[in-house]
Design a protein around this ligand. Structure first.
Ligand SMILES: [Zn+2]
Ligand SMILES: [Zn+2]
Length: 242
């Protein structure tokens, strides 16, 4: 019986890499993703608000600020993100955070870098990840925002300020709340370290933008502590605010 080449590779474990998302065996060892997964993770460059990432219209439309941001801009200047929080991107992030798929670390950081470099913006002075509370950090074993931030900081040759922001109290997961409750839940949950961030232009990093409540609170805290400016980078954004 004739065996297919990928099956042979799988059996021998030689030469082929595995797709970082679906695990498919690939004959081209230089690829990180199989073609299907690469196609399922397109970089969104148009039909979006550059300030909050709200997606509208067609992907080919030039970025333009949405009415909400024109009326009441968030406490940051630019929001970079790779694509909508859906499909393969969602699977990838959920698997990373909750499925012990720490091996996806580099891939996620690469998606973040791609999102940042796709849009010409001002270069930040430092990268600050959204912190996890100590208890949750122990439970999960790593802070996904810090890991994405680490890859970005390395690539952009910037300092990664792991303690630029600290959690001052643990909060129930934001996923259990609606928009208003999320704002209340997260209020006053962070403190910034002025010695580290004063006068600096900070790139604040998180994995997913859902309602933006956590990022708003973080950015406000950073600005109150003397940050010159804040930009935000997330891997994915929900299509609509909750
Ligand atoms: Zn794949
Ligand atoms: Zn907007």
């Amino acid at each position: 019986m004739r065996r297919s080449i990928p099956a042979l590779f799988r059996k021998l474990g030689l030469g082929a890499g595995r797709c970082a998302v679906c695990g498919a065996v690939m004959t081209d060892g230089s690829q990180v993703l199989c073609d299907a997964c690469a196609e399922g993770l397109p970089l969104r460059t148009g039909g979006l608000c550059p300030t909050c990432g709200a997606m509208s219209g067609h992907e080919t439309d030039p970025p333009s600020q949405c009415p909400d941001c024109r009326l009441e801009p968030p406490p940051w200047d630019e929001l970079y993100f790779h694509g909508p929080y859906a499909g393969r991107m969602r699977e990838l992030i959920i698997g990373y955070k909750f499925g012990n798929r720490y091996d996806r670390n580099r891939l996620l950081a690469t998606l973040g870098i791609e999102a940042f470099e796709a849009r010409p913006g001002r270069t930040p002075d430092a990268v600050v990840p959204v912190p996890l509370h100590g208890r949750r950090l122990v439970w999960r074993g790593f802070n996904q925002s810090a890991e994405i931030g680490r890859g970005l900081a390395r690539r952009l040759k910037l300092p990664l300020l792991l303690h630029g922001l600290e959690r001052t109290r643990n909060t129930p997961p934001q996923t259990s709340f609606g928009f208003k409750e999320r704002q209340i839940n997260i209020k006053g949950a962070f403190a910034a370290n002025p010695a580290r961030i004063e006068g600096r232009r900070v790139l604040l990093v998180d994995d997913v933008y859902t309602t933006g409540s956590t990022l708003r609170e973080c950015a406000r805290t950073l600005r109150r502590a003397g940050c010159a400016a804040v930009d935000v980078l997330v891997l994915a954004r929900t299509r609509r605010d909750l």
